[in-house]
Design a protein. Structure first.
Length: 74
């Protein structure tokens, strides 16, 4: 039976594997689910970093005199 979701094989150093294994046992989930959740969290953090960087750049060029008022937008 083919897998529903795409698969990735990952090779981890022993200390990293032990840490992930500990987290999976602590949370009562499989290694696969724990790694999936950790990857999701890492991707969300990457998105947050990218959006924060964009916001900082926009904030640096913000000019209050050129900003539209609420009533002008709506």
């Amino acid at each position: 039976m083919p897998a529903k979701n795409p698969r990735i094989n990952v090779v981890l150093e022993k200390p990293l594997f032990v840490n992930v294994e500990h987290l999976a046992k602590r949370d009562g989930v499989s290694l696969s689910l724990k790694v999936r959740d950790l990857v999701k969290e890492a991707l969300e953090m990457e998105d947050d970093i990218a959006l924060s960087s964009l916001a900082e750049k926009r904030e640096a060029t913000f000019k209050r005199a050129k900003a539209l008022k609420h009533s002008e937008v709506w």
